[in-house]
Design a protein around this ligand. Sequence first.
Ligand SMILES: NC(=O)c1ccc[n+]([C@@H]2O[C@H](COP(=O)([O-])OP(=O)(O)OC[C@H]3O[C@@H](n4cnc5c(N)ncnc54)[C@H](OP(=O)(O)O)[C@@H]3O)[C@@H](O)[C@H]2O)c1
Length: 310
Amino acid sequence: MVLKRTVAVTGAFSYSGQYIARAFLKRGWEVITFTRNPGRPHALSGKVKAYPLDFSRPQELQERLKGVDTFVNTYWVRYNYPGSSFEQAVENSRIVIDAAKAAGVRRFVHISVSKPDIKSKLPYFRDKQQVEDLITASGLSYSILRPTIIYADEEVLINNITWLVRHFPVFPIPGDGEYRMQPIYAEDLAELVVKGGEGKSNEILDAAGPEFYSFNELLKLLKKVTGRNTLLIHMPVPVALMLAKLVSFLLGDIMLTKDELTAFMEERIMTGLPALGKSRFSEWAQQHAKTLGTHYVNELKRHHGKGTNI
Ligand SMILES: NC(=O)c1ccc[n+]([C@@H]2O[C@H](COP(=O)([O-])OP(=O)(O)OC[C@H]3O[C@@H](n4cnc5c(N)ncnc54)[C@H](OP(=O)(O)O)[C@@H]3O)[C@@H](O)[C@H]2O)c1
């Protein structure tokens, strides 16, 4: 009898983690997950055994990781919020890395971000580099993937931009809108993660799709697929941010932070070619024309139980 290899994926009932879990299941792996809410109903609940992602119990984490071949770390936070800061996220990542090492995990696959930078003023990108440094210094065998922006049905940012395009007559574009992004499909990323898990040599790879868009081009594409005639107006960045804050306040969410816009404008979610992802965002958007942006997805509700979906 051949024993199944086990992979532990953080957040298998969350966004990109579910695609990663499915990709491993498809290859015949046993998948377990660590999540803040192991009892959350999900299509994968019966197939993936869930444990609490509890950083205050590192020993428990270590015990549960015994016999696990590969650990896939998707854990991170999107912005500083009471109870979940970037600083804490680095410490929590350290706990996970140490537990994997102590448990004898063979391979550590880490989801980082495109263009992490220890010198960046943006904590998301600066602290992602810190975590990469922890992994490369840990002695674990690793595959680090650096995705740009990950799109799929459950995506938040592009979905909510489309929601604005669908529901408002005017869309404010911060600055000249010429800054570019290079989205990768969640299933393509998941394939790269499986490959990374099956590999042996240490690697750090950019994970981006084959198409890139300036913000202006993205909005034109979203107008086309939704059939809307939304007026696109360029405005100074502080004014656009104020409007984003106002909409966020009205929706009870944090729609876009100043740091996220800065990252976009610094082209941090753009790596250039060649791309490892094969799927084309334009085709996906067209295929999802009926559903993309029909509902606003509230990130605060998703992660902190606040706010409402519309
Ligand atoms: N989404 C993108 O476009 C994108 C782009 C570039 C890089 N990335 C990176 O890709 C990875 C996965 O991103 P994702 O969007 O798929 O994330 P996600 O599903 O929203 O969350 C991934 C994991 O982090 C946990 N988590 C998220 N917010 C948390 C918080 N405030 N406090 C404690 N735990 C929290 C989740 O816990 P639960 O299981 O309990 O939900 C889950 O285990 C992250 O490392 C992210 O930085 C994402």
